[in-house]
Design a protein around this ligand. Structure first.
Ligand SMILES: CC(C)(COP(=O)(O)OP(=O)(O)OC[C@H]1O[C@@H](n2cnc3c(N)ncnc32)[C@H](O)[C@@H]1OP(=O)(O)O)[C@@H](O)C(=O)NCCC(=O)NCCSC(=O)C[C@H](O)C(=O)O
Ligand SMILES: [Mg+2]
Length: 359
């Protein structure tokens, strides 16, 4: 563990200065595409501006025979798509590299950083087990950034998809000033934990609680309530990320056809504190953009509380409910998020501008 004195020193001579704060850039949907899939890759340039993050996936879901084509495809797309990635573009460019024990990862990192490091915003590292994995990537990135002459550090995002990763969650989040956030990897995590599910994220009808039997009608129907398999892990992610000033994300929802349950899963994550999610198919982008933004009603209420609270201290009654410093702080989270999103999304800006606040 580095001491607090050298935590923000570059890890290689000539590497850019690490950031002391992770920028709060909107990232409602991290949209996955396979850069070796020509049909998908062809759609990427026209998606710029309509999705917050485009992620060139090199890991799982890319066939072993296509790994090199995917890497080369990502380099080509990044170079050819002017508005994609970098600090000022409307859409960030992320990648998910292959696992750290795979035969591809060293070439993933050396090629991507030296060829398109100036455009890459975040590198997602799969199957992170502990701080040691982040330390390895951190030092290697510093060396490669120095070689490429980059002026800003590439950030790192860890996927939580092993039991050990969950157990080490706090040390992972605090392992490097590059740490941007965490995503849930429910499919690998379920396998690693030996859960008995066979899905990519989402719920399971067998994971439920049942109401007590009626003693007078023991055979009567008993209502069941499906529970959220991912609540515990997401709640841990939210706390660990908040503690370290980085951002938590839900992960994949594999039932592409079930847009209703997808929206529910995304909304649960939003309400618990996640800032975004993955999108695996174009139809999930619209769901994520809608869910991970406060509604006009949320903003109306938040602005009313802000106005009613004056200098922000004390307590007031609004519509029969007590509001105080703590509810004001929650409202300010919403108002701040709305401002960030309005700055990049004209439709949301119009919706928030149209909100009228009554006393
Ligand atoms: C899920 C898919 C395999 C579905 O693909 P397809 O059957 O082709 O869908 P459609 O026919 O509905 O597609 C319509 C058109 O849209 C294009 N398309 C599809 N997906 C994308 C995309 N992600 N980006 C851009 N364009 C896309 C199709 O090419 C069609 O085009 P056209 O024919 O010209 O109209 C597919 O969506 C897919 O592969 N998605 C990405 C999957 C992925 O990245 N998986 C990895 C992340 S999840 C994971 O890794 C698990 C996690 O790590 C964990 O452990 O939990
Ligand atoms: Mg996975």
């Amino acid at each position: 563990m580095r001491s607090s004195k050298d935590f923000f020193r570059p890890l290689a001579v000539g590497a850019p200065q690490p950031v002391t704060e992770i920028p709060a850039r909107p990232s409602r949907a991290i949209h996955f595409f396979d850069p070796s899939n020509e049909k998908m890759a062809a759609k990427v340039p026209q998606m710029v501006g309509s999705v917050d993050v485009l992620l060139g996936n090199l890991e799982d879901a890319v066939k072993a025979d296509n790994k090199e084509a995917a890497r080369a495809g990502l380099v080509r797309i990044a170079k050819e798509t002017a508005e994609l990635g970098g600090q000022s573009g409307p859409t960030q460019l992320w990648t998910r590299i292959n696992a750290l024990d795979s035969p591809w990862v060293l070439d993933d990192l050396t090629t991507l950083v030296t060829e398109i490091g100036d455009k890459l915003d975040v590198i997602m590292v799969p199957k992170v087990q502990g701080a040691e994995d982040i330390h390895y990537v951190d030092r290697l990135l510093a060396q490669l950034e120095a070689r490429a002459g980059l002026e800003r550090p590439i950030l790192v995002h860890a996927i939580l998809e092993t039991a050990r990763g969950v157990a080490n969650i706090e040390e992972i989040c605090g392992a490097s000033p590059r740490m941007q956030g965490l995503s849930l990897g429910p499919a690998d995590l379920a396998a690693d934990r030996r859960m008995k599910t066979t899905r990519v994220g989402g719920g399971h009808p067998g994971y439920l609680v049942r109401s007590d039997p009626d003693p007078d009608q023991p055979d009567a129907h008993r209502t069941t309530y499906q529970q959220d398999l991912w609540h515990y892990t997401i709640a841990r992610m939210v706390d660990a990320c908040a503690m370290h000033g980085i951002y938590p994300y839900y992960g994949p929802f594999g039932d592409i056809a079930d847009v209703v349950a997808c929206e529910d899963q995304f909304r649960n994550a939003f309400l618990l504190g996640c800032v975004g999610t993955w999108s695996l198919h174009p139809k999930q982008i619209e769901i994520a953009n809608r869910v991970f933004a406060p509604s006009a009603d949320d903003i109306r209420h938040a602005r009313r509380v802000v106005a009613a609270m004056g200098d922000g201290t004390g307590a007031v009654m609004l519509d029969g409910k007590m509001e105080d410093d703590a509810s004001l702080k929650q409202c300010l989270v919403m108002v701040e998020l709305a401002e960030q999103l309005a700055a990049i999304d004209p439709k949301l800006k119009a919706a928030y501008d149209a909100v009228e606040v009554s006393a």
